[in-house]
Design a protein around this ligand. Structure first.
Ligand code: ATP
Ligand code: MG
Length: 580
């Protein structure tokens, strides 16, 4: 490729809305161009990266036995009604109408479409297992599209769907995808972690996210440095607390004027924050009797003062699974007799249902609000000052330093970018859409399914978050827009430079190297700045003076200085570098 024939459009300044470095650099390097909020053109330089990502994904998916197809971007609403998602999915699902006023959706994923294929074509157990995948445009009307390709509205995803006879088969298919994902992400040359993820209503442990480690990541990932335990924040748990100590203090009503937070109370009383308990008030809307008005049920969730509520975990507590909301101030006043700030589980005005976090249930001599303005209770003990908690559950986010559930030391937390997700689906879609096959016994059975996504266009952004410096992007070889750039200095003035550059270009092309020759005639400063911004990992500079001495210069994007290489051995030198 010659730069004069390619499309290079670098910018000095990043757009004002580019908050993170990958968005800034992809725009400045001319890889993407914004057309609307969360909607980008993949410019030629960016598309080369995307195509390389796709090629690796495709190769490994094929190797794992998945078969490629492409399902429509626009899909009939009726099909989506069968699964319940046409009505059930929120505003992320873009719904459109055709000229006949019929409903359509723009696919955010394709479970419905692929299940429709399976129920038509896969009639017998003999045709199973099958895994169909596509690399296709998706649209999700994200609440906050941002960070360029990281969270777009239109983006490209690889989505695969497995169909099996039974659960054991589905789990095998899932494991095959888990292995393929590791092979894929190993090839990208990025630092990543596979973490256990919450599998929602389906249960079990068969859901993993693949997270690229990066400080700007939107997800918190929890891992144990001493073992291979890793989970995302929704899923991660600490080892359960030890037995509750015996009470040592008497219950006391303690004035805490103006101190409405656990932090303030702990500071005032000179005690560790870990001895305080905070009260979070939730409500569920229960159906009223005989079709009457719905009666809110008020809940009090107790957490240690230094811990944070996990809404995902709370949503699994019996009674809260069907959804909950934070209580209104009126509901709080009705049940506790005061406004928030000094709430607690003892002597509430009206009964509330109490859920104690596991950690709180194991505490003795704790401090909580007294349901009286400007007062807290100290020396509180379960069983003595209030009944044993009605419900005990893990309802908090872990914090760094918590003991790992596998007993292998303290947990650590780092930030990650989710680039892939694999999920065992069970029969959720096949049952809803009546997708069955005939099993060996001649009886129809619903398919056991799994779904497996990779954010194709998110991946380059994640790679940049992990690999960049003040001058620009530093691509791993596997997904660089070009592997190598030849920068001739003074090509227009020196026939020797021109000839050497063109010969090297031709030799590298013949050797199958993805090379670009910068024949634009730019000054060296401009030329180097462009390629460092674009992030091409290998560069050869050919200048008149050094060429006369029989030398050219090589520099890796991470090197701080150039290496002089004899011109007649440069090809062999580069082949060695590229193989490394
Ligand atoms: P997130 O939590 O980041 O919104 P998700 O859980 O909605 O992701 P999935 O439905 O599992 O994502 O989609 C599979 C993959 O598609 C994700 O792992 C991610 O890499 C990618 N992806 C999801 N949403 C977007 C988006 N808005 N822009 C770019 N890529 C996305
Ligand atoms: Mg999402």
């Amino acid at each position: 490729m010659k730069a004069s024939q390619f499309y290079i459009s670098t910018l000095k300044e990043a757009p004002a809305d580019a908050e993170i470095v990958s968005h800034q650099l992809m725009t400045r390097a001319g890889m993407i161009k914004k057309l609307g909020a969360g909607i980008y053109t993949y410019m030629p330089m960016g598309l080369r990266v995307i195509r390389k990502v796709e090629a690796i994904v495709r190769e490994e998916m094929n190797r794992a036995g998945a078969v490629e197809c492409v399902m429509p971007v626009i899909q009939p609403g009726e099909l989506w009604s069968e699964s319940g998602r046409f009505q059930g999915m929120g505003p992320e699902l873009l719904r459109v109408k055709d000229r006949h006023d019929r409903d359509f959706v723009v696919q955010p994923t394709s479970e419905e479409a692929v299940t429709d294929i399976a129920r038509q074509d896969l009639r017998s157990y003999k045709q199973l297992p099958r895994n169909l995948y596509q690399i296709q445009t998706k649209f999700r009307d994200e609440r906050r599209p941002r960070f360029g390709l990281m969270r777009g509205r239109e983006f490209i995803m690889k989505d695969a769907y497995s169909f099996d006879r039974d659960e054991a088969g589905a789990k095998k298919s899932y494991q095959a995808m888990a292995r393929a994902y590791r092979a894929i992400f190993d090839r990208f040359g990025l630092r990543y972690r596979a973490v256990a993820a919450d599998s929602g209503a389906i249960g079990g442990d068969l859901s993993e996210e693949f997270q690229v480690v990066a400080a700007t990541g939107e997800d918190a990932i929890v891992y144990c440095p001493g073992s291979d335990y890793a989970a995302n924040m929704e899923k991660a748990e600490a080892a359960p607390p030890g037995p509750r100590p015996a009470p040592g203090q008497a219950l006391a009503l303690t004035p805490t004027p103006g101190k409405a937070t656990c932090e303030d109370v702990a500071a005032l009383l000179g005690v560790p924050l870990q001895t305080t308990v905070k009260s979070i008030v939730l409500a569920t809307d229960e159906p009223g009797d005989a079709g009457g008005a719905r009666q809110p049920q008020v809940w009090l969730l107790l957490l240690r003062g230094d811990h944070m509520l996990s809404e995902v975990k709370a949503g699994k507590v019996p009674g809260l699974e069907r959804g909950f909301r934070f209580a209104t101030e009126a509901e709080i006043v009705a049940h506790f007799g005061i406004k928030p700030g000094y709430l607690g589980p003892i002597r509430t005005v009206r009964p509330v249902r109490i859920v104690a976090d596991r950690e709180v249930a194991a505490m003795a001599d704790w401090i909580c609000g007294a349901n009286r303005v400007d007062h807290h209770l100290t020396g509180v003990n379960w069983g003595r000052d209030l009944p044993e908690p009605e419900l005990v559950a893990d309802i908090r986010n872990v914090v760094a330093g918590d003991p790992s559930p596998d007993g292998q030391g303290p947990l650590a937390i780092e930030r990650g970018i989710e680039i892939g997700h694999i999920f065992y689906l069970g029969t959720k879609y096949s049952r809803a859409m009546n997708a069955t096959f005939l099993d060996e016994d001649g009886k129809p059975k619903p398919f056991e399914m799994g779904c497996y996504g990779i954010g194709i266009t998110r991946l380059p952004a994640a790679a940049i978050e992990q690999n960049h410096d003040a001058r620009g992007i530093i691509w791993p070889d596997a997904i660089a827009p070009f592997t190598l750039v030849i920068c001739p200095v003074g090509m227009d003035r020196s026939e020797a430079v021109k000839a050497a550059a063109e010969r090297l270009h031709a030799d590298l092309l013949a050797a199958g190297v993805d090379v670009i020759l910068d024949d634009r005639g730019e000054r060296p400063g401009v030329m180097f700045a462009d390629w460092e911004l674009i992030g091409v990992p290998h560069r050869v500079t050919i200048g008149d003076k050094s060429l006369k001495e029989g030398q050219v210069e090589y520099q890796h994007r991470r090197d701080t200085a150039t290496t002089r290489v004899p011109a007649d051995t440069i090809l062999a030198f580069l082949k060695g570098r590229l193989a490394a």
